[in-house]
Structures are given as structure tokens and as C-alpha cells.
Ligand binder design. Structure first.
Ligand SMILES: Cc1cc2nc3c(=O)[nH]c(=O)nc-3n(C[C@H](O)[C@H](O)[C@H](O)COP(=O)(O)O)c2cc1C
Length: 178
């Protein structure tokens, strides 16, 4: 019997929206990582977290409480193009930094596209994004990565790529597991 839970780490809401929709579809509970104190009763943990300068929000907490026998699914939510192999490879490198290899080899990973609204960014995040933008704009247009392109295209704007249809392959994969 699979006891599963969806945990989200979300600053601006898109990871939370995806997590709630996913939990509804696979019929399980859903929690903010900040409320997680114990995961011993679960053998399938699905972590949905926003990408912030390479880190996946809340993932360290989930890893801390993950039971040894539990299976982990990581779902990243970022602004960059999730169909780009280069982008996915970059995200994977970031995940490798956060997740011990013995856990990672048994972990399923998926990517979703989130949203950004510069008017709603925290002061620190707005400043960080201005630095990232300055770096991206310096790169020769032909050599820009998908992340550079996404940053430039969305800078100072409000854009949302949130689309629950992106959850379909994830729901299918989870239903195959359980
Ligand atoms: C400071 C900052 C850093 C970010 N870094 C990345 C990144 O490295 N890769 C990416 O794809 N998106 C990045 N984003 C975009 C966020 O991942 C995107 O806004 C996502 O929807 C955030 O999730 P949330 O809405 O659940 O908080 C960044 C956004 C901010 C504000």
C-alpha cells in the first residue's frame, strides 16, 4: 500500500498551485514544507519546489525527514523552458548538489514551468534578478542559454507559464507506480 504525500516549497504560489492540483488528481494529502515535522508514515514523497538560483525550495527539509525506504519524486518549477535539454541538464546538476547520490539514483524527476511577477518580488529577489539580468544581457545573443533567454524575455514583466496540462505525464507516472 502506497502512503503518499505531496510537499511543496513555494514563494510566489505557482509550485503550491501545481502541488494542490497534483494531490487532488492522485488523491493524497498536500503540505507546505514548512509544516513538515515527520514523514515516517509515507513511502512515496512527491516534492514540488520552485527553482531559486539553482536551489529547489524546501527540498532540504523533505530530504531531512525522508524515511529510508521511501521513494522520492522531485518536481521542479522554474521560469526556463522545460523542453530544452540544456536547461534540464542544468537543473539536474543543481539537484545533484542537493540530493545524496544513493537517494538520487532511485528518484524520479519532472519539470514544470512556473511564473514570475516582478511587481511581487521581494526586495532581495528583485536585486538578485537585476544581477542575473545584467549577466545574461552581457552574453553574446547566439551563446545565450535557455535560462539567459528566459530571464531577458521576462525581465521586469509579469509572465505565467502555469498550465495544469503539464501535470498529465506526472500523474500518469505516479499512477503507474501505485
Ligand atoms: C531570485 C530568483 C531566482 C530564480 N532562479 C531561477 C532558476 O535558477 N531557474 C529557473 O528556471 N527559474 C528561476 N526563477 C523563477 C522561479 O523559479 C519561478 O518564479 C517559479 O515560479 C517560482 O516558484 P513559486 O511561484 O512556487 O515561488 C527564479 C526566480 C527568482 C525570483
Amino acid at each position: 500500500m502506497m502512503e503518499m504525500i505531496v510537499i511543496y516549497g513555494s514563494q510566489y504560489g505557482s509550485s503550491k498551485d501545481y502541488a494542490l492540483e497534483l494531490a487532488k488528481n492522485i488523491n493524497c494529502g498536500c503540505k507546505d514544507y514548512k509544516e513538515v515535522k515527520d514523514l515516517n508514515n509515507y513511502n512515496l514523497i512527491i516534492h514540488v519546489g520552485g527553482l531559486f538560483a539553482g536551489g529547489i525550495k524546501g527540498l532540504n527539509t523533505t530530504l531531512k525527514y525522508l524515511a529510508v525506504q521511501a521513494k522520492l519524486i522531485i518536481i521542479t518549477v522554474g521560469i526556463s523552458d522545460t523542453t530544452s535539454k540544456v536547461n534540464i541538464d542544468n537543473i539536474y546538476k543543481d539537484i545533484k548538489r542537493q540530493v545524496p547520490s544513493n537517494i538520487l539514483e532511485n528518484t524520479l524527476i519532472f519539470h514544470l514551468r512556473g511564473a514570475i511577477n516582478y511587481q511581487k518580488l521581494s526586495v532581495v529577489h528583485r536585486f538578485l534578478m537585476s544581477l542575473v539580468y545584467k549577466q545574461a544581457i552581457k552574453v553574446d545573443p547566439e551563446k545565450r542559454s535557455e535560462e539567459d533567454k528566459a530571464i531577458i524575455a521576462t525581465y521586469n514583466n509579469k509572465v505565467s507559464f502555469v498550465d495544469f496540462a503539464q501535470l498529465k505525464p506526472i500523474i500518469d507516472a505516479i499512477n503507474n507506480l501505485i
